[in-house]
Design a binder for this molecule. Sequence first.
Ligand code: ATP
Length: 594
Amino acid sequence: MNPPDRPIDREQSWADLRRLLVLYLPYRKWMFWGALAAFATVLANVALMATSGWFIAQMALVGLAGAAMNYFTPAAFIRAMAIARTGGRYLERLITHEATFRVLQELRVWFYQRLEPLAPARLAELRSADLSSRILSDIDALNHLYLRVLVPVGVAVAAGAVIVAAQALYSGRVALASLLFLLLAGIAVPALAFRMGQPAGRRLVDLRAALRSAAVDGLQGLGELRVYGGTERQAERIAALTDDMIIAQRRLSDASGWSQGLLGLLANLAMWTALLLAVPLVASGGITPAQLPMLALFVLAGFEAVLPLPLALQMLGETLAAARRVFAVIDARPQVDEPPDLPEPRWTTPEIAIAGLRLRYPGRDDTVRPWAIDGLDLHLRPGERVALVGPSGAGKSTVVQVLLRFWDYQHGSVRVGGHDLRDWPGDALRRHVAVVSQDTYLFNTTIRDNLLLARPDAPDADLVAACRAAQLHDFVASLPDGYDTWVGEAGMRLSGGQARRVAIARALLRNAPVLILDEPTEGLDARTERELLHDIGRLMEGRTVLLITHRLAALPAAVDRVVVMESGRAVEAGTPDDLLRREGGAFRALSQAL
Ligand code: ATP
């Protein structure tokens, strides 16, 4: 989190602002019409006030003198301005909100598109609650730039100029005084409010994100917190964050209270100054007596143009803080570089050849981690079933990350499907690979939709066939809503075994030539495991299979070859039976340790 007194990097802020404005460019027409409606509304209001002042005074004066005047034209003008003000406000809201929602939609899609290539490697560095905070509230805050910053500032400058120019038609001195007060109110007061509120505004953005993270953490880990008696500490953390937020919010309110008070003071001072300057003009015949209240009200009403500016500047601070958080995510370079836009390689053979592979995960703060994979050689011939086994931390799952093109490696060569791994665009490669892992993610939707993820256009018959083969169909058919049953958040309404079966059915539907099984039976009881292994056996038929497992007992029947990994390299390879017989061998030792 940013310390509240971190100096503001002006250059960075300008750069962020420019980047934001570029994102807004496609909607410039909508934004222009919205701002124009706001501009017309302010002018209509000021004209209404000034003309009303003149009209009432003129009527009184004419009445006193017992003379007659044409009051139809000014009354019609006043009515027209009143209608223009109301209609203008309506139109302004309509257009500016339309523009806002369009920009918001664009911003969300833009952010998501840039986020996708960062998954999973780069996103692992962020907490999920923090990420969701960036997607939701920070993107919302970016959107304030138009409605709360650009429109008020644009309207203040344009309307202020027109108002002062119109006042100059009656009196140059009054116009000059009005301009001075408007500049004070439009620049000095917002700058003061900004200085007062900016650190608090930036802190508020960070605190909101921290509070969301703490709340989500607390909810997700509620079970653990209760078991280990940590609920109170978590509640205290949330309370401390809330207190900090209240302090920051109070500073902002102070700033906004001061600025509103100062604006009111300046507006009234301007009106009195205008009166003082205009009274001699009446005496000298420079303006008519009825124009005196008109000018005073004109000057007073003109302040409507600058009233939203302190809030606009405060919003600018918050928007820039949010922009920095959003840009920080999307500026992260994807861990895996996609190949340039060349024709997609053609899959020729379901073969995997890894030679001299070395991979090191990045360390925090420039610390160097040991090699997670340190010179691995591994060859899977087409149709061969190979088990990768080894102690925890040996690097087995990392091999999967490499093969799925989620992590790039530093040394060595990997060939998949007849091409160098780095020639494959990630999406194209993954179309040829099916994965069943221990942590199958199920979306909070129906069983059908969860299955169709593997092949969105799969007909029902294929769906049922895959589920029959995965021994899932009878269970699904017994549910009242069948395939349209909702699985609940993260598949909570399915048991571990059933969730794994959904993963197997997905892999069957995908019908890919390469199958990766990453501890597919981990965490299941012995009977479910036996049943699943039977289904997995069916899934393996005719495919090149890499099976990562700690369950060694079932291996002899399941695979052709076993490769034992230790500290990132292969230390032993052979058929399961041979390795089991090898006196002093690593596989034998592993099997005996279980
Ligand atoms: P297990 O059997 O427990 O799943 P494994 O053999 O699959 O272990 P890996 O998960 O590949 O081992 O991890 C190999 C090494 O790399 C470990 O030391 C681990 O701490 C480290 N590691 C894994 N993922 C990351 C990551 N995203 N960032 C940093 N280090 C990582």
